[in-house]
Ligand binder design. Structure first.
Ligand code: 13P
Length: 259
């Protein structure tokens, strides 16, 4: 059974004191939800403070990005050993990294490989743009992004990774994918993983949905059989909303365990 995940990507929001305050506000509400994996991904400079703020809980901390080299002359970058000190997870290949900072599939793959080499669980983002969706290219784009991002991993490494399907047209638009769309497309990504690795890997890997998740739409999406959790942007900046999403995720997980 795939353990469900709820992850908050805070993106470029919150100063250090604000981030610590937000994490502290979430802590109690999330404390009892231990059946699912809860991950919060604040900006780099707040990783240490947020980690301290949630100490004593099972809340995991993730980075939003990292370089693939262990060290070197890469001004402004953060390396895997730096991330590894503070985090268990790292988001790789978010569509905002791809579109604003030119991250191509090869770079995404290097980062995924580096994350695993340093004991971090990568949350690998894939997703088609609105244009690609309208042109009927969703399958092609997701096949390429998924195959290239996970290239060179063993089946065991791939099975332990997390993939997030985030349609670019749904990110920050208030227009989440429908439950059926999310289910179908995540099924497609799982199919690609089955082809590239094997059936047990496809059955084991957690694939999340992301894009305009809020507590109003989430119960119907997370109830879908292919959806193993969510990667939340805007709503993760509000303690009450993120706690509500985590509670909904736990309820869906409990329901999925019932015969
Ligand atoms: P929103 O939930 O704000 O649409 O962002 C989704 C996202 O990009 C999470 O990584």
């Amino acid at each position: 059974m795939r353990k469900f995940v709820i992850a908050g990507n805070w993106k470029m929001h919150k100063t250090l004191p604000q981030a610590v305050a937000l994490a502290s506000d979430m802590k109690e509400g999330l404390r009892t939800l231990e059946e699912i994996d809860i991950i919060i991904c604040p900006p780099f400079i707040a990783l240490d403070g947020v980690r301290d703020a949630v100490q004593g809980t099972k809340i995991c901390i993730g980075a939003q990005n990292m370089h693939w080299e262990a060290e070197g002359a890469f001004t402004g970058e953060i390396s895997p050993p730096m991330v590894q000190d503070l985090c268990t997870h790292v988001i790789i290949g978010h569509s905002e990294r791809r579109s604003h900072f030119g991250e191509a599939d090869t770079m995404v793959n290097r980062k995924v490989v580096a994350a695993i080499a340093h004991g971090l669980t990568p949350i690998v983002c894939v997703g088609e743009t609105d244009d690609e969706n309208r042109a009927g290219k969703t399958r092609e784009v997701l096949d390429r992004q998924t195959t290239r991002a996970l290239a060179g991993l063993s089946a065991q490494q791939a099975a332990a990774a997390i993939v997030a399907y985030e349609p670019v047209w749904a990110i920050g638009t208030g227009r989440a994918a429908s439950p059926a769309e999310a289910n179908e497309t995540i099924g497609l990504v799982r199919e690609v993983i089955g082809r590239e690795f094997d059936a047990p890997t496809a059955a084991a890997i957690r694939i999340l949905y992301g894009g305009s998740i809020n507590p109003g739409v989430w119960p119907d999406i997370i109830a879908q059989p292919e959806v193993d959790g969510g990667l939340v942007g805007g709503a993760s900046l509000f303690a009450e909303d993120f706690i509500a999403l985590a509670v909904q995720t736990r309820a869906a997980y409990a329901a999925s365990l019932r015969p």
